[in-house]
Design a protein around this ligand. Structure first.
Ligand SMILES: [Zn+2]
Length: 220
């Protein structure tokens, strides 16, 4: 191998006791595409196989420290607050085994917390399965999501038949206020503030761009 190559030489498998490294996997898709359902399914499968994990979330639709899905599943979860430190899980790990994390609503985590998740994978052999939105209502990446695209070992786009009103695949999360699509404002609005008329609607790119919410929009 030439010295100019960007690739390191790797000894053949089996010779040096190579093992499977822990992975950082990121699953993303529009709102209501089944991300939380898949998160709960992965947690269930790993538990059945005798692995020990934790479920974390931030601002779940239930309003409590739980991961819940539209189809009625739910698991207890740790709430990831602004000052939550993922490396604290390693200290707790001395008390119990920790094989994996299921992290839901990761678009709301801080970039620093995404870095900490990568550290858990590399330094502590903990698998991290992250689930979240790619883009906000302005069709721009969330900062945490951007960092996950940069750092994840695998990025999987979920497209579980979420359709725009026109029948095209849903891709973007539009925010409406008073039945009108808006393109400016706070990136995150927590539910039940005084802005009760804020809603979200998944649209195809064409109708996100045109602002056409279809005849079944909430205000019609
Ligand atoms: Zn459409």
């Amino acid at each position: 191998m030439s010295d100019l190559s960007a690739l390191s030489s790797v000894p053949p498998a089996g010779v040096s006791g190579l093992h499977r490294d822990a992975v950082l996997k990121f699953f993303y898709g529009p709102m209501d595409c089944g991300k939380s359902t898949l998160a709960l399914q992965i947690n269930y499968n790993h538990r059945r196989q005798g692995r020990h994990g934790l479920v974390l979330t931030k601002h779940d639709r239930s309003g409590g420290p739980r991961v819940t899905s539209r189809i009625g599943l739910g698991d207890e979860a740790l709430e990831v607050g602004d000052d939550f430190d993922f490396s604290s899980l390693v200290r707790r790990r001395t008390a119990y085994r920790l094989d994996y994390l299921i992290c839901d609503e990761v678009q709301f985590y801080s970039v620093e917390q995404i870095e900490q998740m990568a550290g858990l994978v590399d330094d502590c052999d903990v698998d991290v399965y992250a689930f979240g939105l790619a883009s906000d209502f302005r069709s721009e990446l969330f900062p945490a999501t951007r960092r996950l695209f940069e750092l994840a070992d695998e990025v999987c786009r979920l497209q579980v038949e979420v359709l725009c009103w026109c029948g095209r695949p849903g891709q973007l999360n539009a925010r409406t206020v008073g039945g009108e699509l808006v393109r400016a404002g706070e990136q995150v609005i927590i539910a039940d503030t005084d802005e009760a008329d804020v809603r979200y609607q998944v649209l195809c790119r064409r109708h996100y761009r045109s602002g056409d919410l279809g005849k079944h929009s909430p205000q019609s």
